[in-house]
Design a protein around this ligand. Structure first.
Ligand code: HSE
Length: 428
């Protein structure tokens, strides 16, 4: 039987998942693709670290470079993450004639054009199923199953850590810090969870997804990002009273004026299908011109789910090699125009902290009205005469720029105590 000789860079969560799947299902997978998927070398930084799996010592090396240059290997699987040295290692692997599989969304989102160009130049294949949505086969589904469609929009929850935190804030009525510490105890959040909580991980994934489906390259720096760390438990409760949940939503749309792409805490009607995606789960809702709405749901992280996505790429490579085929380039690399979010229109949730005295609501609505921002709903529950109270307004559709300018003017008033919270509302 044919063999696909694999060099694995990294044996952390995902690397261990890949090793474990190939180790436990070797024969079954070989039957599926007519090729034995063989891990021939594994590079790790620290050989004495305790791991989830225990490969033979003879497979392990500390030299990633020796793997990418090894003429015996067919494929390099990059699972070390980060930008450097992952980028240099992938380039070296491609240049030495190897196909590459990676789960590295940060690297692809920020340097993907260089890497895909080099893969093309070298006549090699660069696959990345595990980089978006963990175990959800979203790359293959969009490239193949949805190939007949023009994708108009993506609404997605593509970071499990922040979704777990927001779910806990809503279900256990705890504040952000407590919910984060629950996530950390469960092992969901990284020691430094900034990339997850500040929306950057979601923006990396949205960059890749939108580049894949909109027929050009969306630059990561053009994707607007706000994270979830400023959400208070009172915002979660007020949103709920209005009939909404708060989710860290990654949204992209293709419009006549360009691409819209943003990641931010977003109010979604409770009846929306993504409102019920809870815990560490991910979901991606797309709208195709032929298929209509289509939803993908599953585990967006974790050793085995993400490992399963990597292995699916290896199976694809094995099948293609066996048939002597090449996958067409997955992406067009021409840059797409991304609209500045400030011109986009939406309804907004505004939570002010203001002194409770006559005329405050009138002053706020006058400033909003002056910018043509119209109010649709109001809540002000507690009454502390002369004290500070939360005042929540929902607006009708308005350009974000007008809303933000009005809020800036309101925040400068002496009646305003603290910075106003502004959240996007997505109705459909
Ligand atoms: N850190 C990511 C998450 C998983 O929390 O969803 C890896 O992409």
């Amino acid at each position: 039987m044919k063999q696909l000789k694999i060099g694995l860079l990294g044996l952390g969560q995902v690397g261990s998942g890949v090793y474990s799947i190939l180790n436990s299902k070797g024969t079954e997978l070989a039957r599926k693709c007519g090729t034995r998927l063989l891990i021939s070398k594994i590079a790790v930084r620290n050989t004495s670290k305790r791991r989830l799996v225990a490969p033979k010592r003879s497979l392990i090396t500390t030299s990633a470079l020796s793997i990418v240059r090894d003429p015996e290997l067919d494929v390099v699987v990059e699972l070390i993450g980060g930008i450097h040295p992952a980028k240099e290692l992938i380039l070296a692997a491609l240049r030495s004639g190897k196909d590459v599989v990676t789960a590295n969304k940060a690297l692809l989102a920020e340097h993907g054009r260089d890497l895909f160009r080099e893969a093309q130049r070298c006549g090699r294949t660069l696959l990345f199923e595990a980089s978006v949505g963990g175990g959800i086969p979203i790359i293959k589904a969009t490239r193949e199953g949805l190939a007949a469609n023009r994708i108009r929009s993506i609404h997605s929850i593509i970071n499990g850590t922040s979704n777990y935190v927001l779910t806990k804030m809503a279900s256990s009525h705890v504040d952000f810090k407590e919910a984060l510490s629950m996530a950390q105890k469960k092992g969901y959040a990284e020691a430094n969870p900034k990339l997850d909580l500040e929306g950057i991980d979601s923006a990396h994934k949205l960059t890749l997804l939108s580049s894949l489906v909109f027929g050009g390259w969306v630059r990561f720096q053009d994707v607007f990002v706000t994270g979830i760390s400023s959400i208070r438990s009172e915002d979660v409760s007020f949103a709920e009273e209005f009939g909404y949940t708060i989710k860290l939503l990654a949204i992209a749309k293709k419009t006549r004026s360009g691409i819209e792409a943003h990641v931010r805490p977003t109010l979604l009607p409770k009846s929306h299908v993504l409102s019920n995606v809870n815990g560490s789960y991910n979901a991606i809702l797309m709208h195709g011109d032929e298929v209509g709405d289509i939803l993908f749901y599953g585990r967006g992280a974790g050793s085995l789910p993400t490992g399963s996505a990597v292995v699916s790429d290896l199976i694809d490579l094995a099948r293609m090699k066996r048939e002597g085929l090449k996958l067409p380039a997955p992406l067009h690399l021409n840059r797409l125009h991304v609209r500045n979010v400030s011109v986009l229109e939406s309804r907004f949730y505004l939570r002010f902290h203001v002194v409770d005295q006559p005329g405050v609501l009138a002053r706020i609505s006058r400033i909003l009205g002056g910018r043509h921002v119209s109010i649709s709903d109001v809540i002000q529950k507690e009454r502390k005469i002369g004290g500070v109270v939360p005042l929540i307004l929902l607006t009708h559709k308005a350009p974000e720029r007008s809303v933000l300018r009005a809020v800036q003017a309101i925040d400068r008033l002496s009646i305003a105590k603290g910075k106003t919270q502004v959240f996007w509302i997505e109705e459909s």
